[in-house]
Ligand binder design. Structure first.
Ligand SMILES: *[C@@H]1O[C@H](CO)[C@@H](O)[C@H](O)[C@H]1NC(C)=O
Ligand SMILES: *[C@@H]1O[C@H](CO)[C@@H](O)[C@H](O)[C@H]1NC(C)=O
Ligand SMILES: CC(=O)N[C@H]1CO[C@H](CO)[C@@H](O)[C@@H]1O
Length: 404
């Protein structure tokens, strides 16, 4: 072999080991000894490929492996077409978003019963219904609501798989999906107030009207922001943009959840008059910092570690905000328009979560048209980056909702 080939192989090896290491880090989890004759192994080998894939995507294999060491499980496995074609595409997209992994897990666990349920016992006993593995779900499964098409399809010593016609959707998951959809349609028609700029200070004119700062949680988190220090500008904007605070309060009191990416005072001070003077601009900026999900620093950090880059919906439709792991923290946005999560969990009450960031974020479309924006692709790409990209595509494509 000549030198060139060695060089190429070395590069390949280097790239492979780097990415291999990343991969290992991502999936490294101590796993209990699993019997090759287990119903779980059988599921992964079975013709229920859609279900198997989702179980893996939902990170359920490990907990299920632990479960079958303690008790049998019965899996009601929807046929592939039910998961592939019959599901509402919007619902399926919802399930596959990284932020909704709990919903995906709950949906899958709703198809599993922590006991050995033979087909005959399922049908011959009256009132024989079964609690599922889906946490918090009171609805039980019984022979009547299951629509079994392949009874006792796979029988193993630690469990049974029955093929079913349709996907079973637990109420809690349907509810989460409905909430999300409603939130989208509400936020699509939010009224746009026209803010005023004070010509002397070039800052937003303070609204003289007394503020019914929305429902208590919104008031609480604004107060927490003020107490925390370093977030006065944002708190002022929220207080003074009454329609926004009221809207947030209303949404939260109706059961929606929100994550506020809160730019600190230094970041807010960098906003120019131009950026604020367009009618509705402050609202637009704020809506881009509101994520219609409840995320804590931990949940976001875990997601970016697992998925690399991902996108969160914002209330500024249809724009999403990109997040990725950087320097042991979560970084939002692109290049110079990016911001780090610097003050985690400033406020978290289960409905509203406030995460402090060190920059004001703009949708990438806005950055592109901004006069002094740097090119989005830096010139410091490493020589093997193409191969690296190729490998990361290969390794990461098992993930959900790849950054695109
Ligand atoms: C599963 O069910 C079989 C058959 O009833 C039983 O022999 C076995 O002990 C059960 N496994 C566990 C882990 O309970
Ligand atoms: C399930 O069975 C229990 C008793 O075994 C009964 O009280 C309950 O009503 C049943 N639920 C359904 C939905 O059939
Ligand atoms: C109506 C209202 O609460 N306006 C507030 C706007 O922000 C200033 C702080 O700069 C507050 O003092 C005002 O009370």
């Amino acid at each position: 072999m000549d030198l060139q080939i060695y060089g190429f192989l070395f590069t390949l090896f280097l790239t492979f080991s780097i990415n291999g290491a990343t991969l290992q880090q991502k999936t490294q989890t101590p796993s209990p000894q699993i019997n090759s004759n287990s119903v779980l192994v059988a599921l992964l080998d079975s013709h229920y490929t859609e279900l198997s894939e989702l179980v893996e995507k939902a990170l359920l294999l490990q907990p299920l492996e632990e479960a079958v060491t303690k008790h049998n499980i019965t899996i009601f496995a929807p046929r592939n077409e039910a998961l592939e074609l019959d599901l509402d595409p919007e619902f399926k997209r919802f399930l596959l978003e990284p932020g909704n992994i709990k919903s995906l897990q709950n949906l899958l666990l709703f198809h599993m019963v922590p006991a050995r349920v033979d087909h005959s016992s399922l049908h011959h006993t009256r009132n024989n219904n079964h609690t599922t593995l889906c946490p918090g779900e009171t609805e039980r499964l019984s022979g009547n609501n299951l629509n079994i098409i392949h009874p006792n399809d796979i029988i193993k010593s630690d469990g049974i798989i029955h093929g079913i016609q349709k996907v079973l959707i637990p109420k809690s998951v349907q509810q989460s999906f409905n909430n999300r959809r409603n939130l989208r349609s509400i936020s699509a028609v939010l009224p746009q107030g026209a803010p005023e700029i004070d010509p002397r200070t070039n800052r937003l004119k303070k609204n003289p009207k007394p503020v019914p700062a929305g429902a208590p949680p919104v008031k609480d988190f604004i107060q927490t922001l003020l107490h925390y220090g370093g977030y006065n500008e944002l708190a002022d904007i929220l207080v003074n943009l009454t329609s926004l605070a009221t809207e947030m309060g209303r949404l939260v009191s109706e059961g929606y959840v929100l994550t506020v990416l809160a730019p600190n005072d230094e970041a807010m001070a960098k906003l120019t008059t131009d950026q604020l003077s367009e009618p509705g601009a402050p609202e637009q900026i704020m809506y881009y910092h509101l994520i219609p999900e409840y995320q804590t620093e931990e949940s976001m950090y875990n997601s970016v570690r697992r998925f690399g880059k991902l996108k969160y919906d914002t209330l500024r439709l249809p724009h999403k905000v990109v997040a990725e792991e950087a320097d042991g923290s979560v970084k939002f946005g692109f290049e110079e328009g990016s911001a780090y999560l610097i003050d985690p969990d400033i406020y978290t009450d289960g409905r509203i979560s406030v995460q402090g960031i060190d920059g004001v974020l703009f949708p990438v479309e806005d950055i592109k048209v901004a006069p002094k924006s740097a090119p989005l692709v830096g010139g410091d790409a490493k020589p093997w980056s193409k191969i690296e990209i190729l490998f990361s595509i290969v390794f990461d494509s098992g993930g959900v909702m790849l950054y695109a």
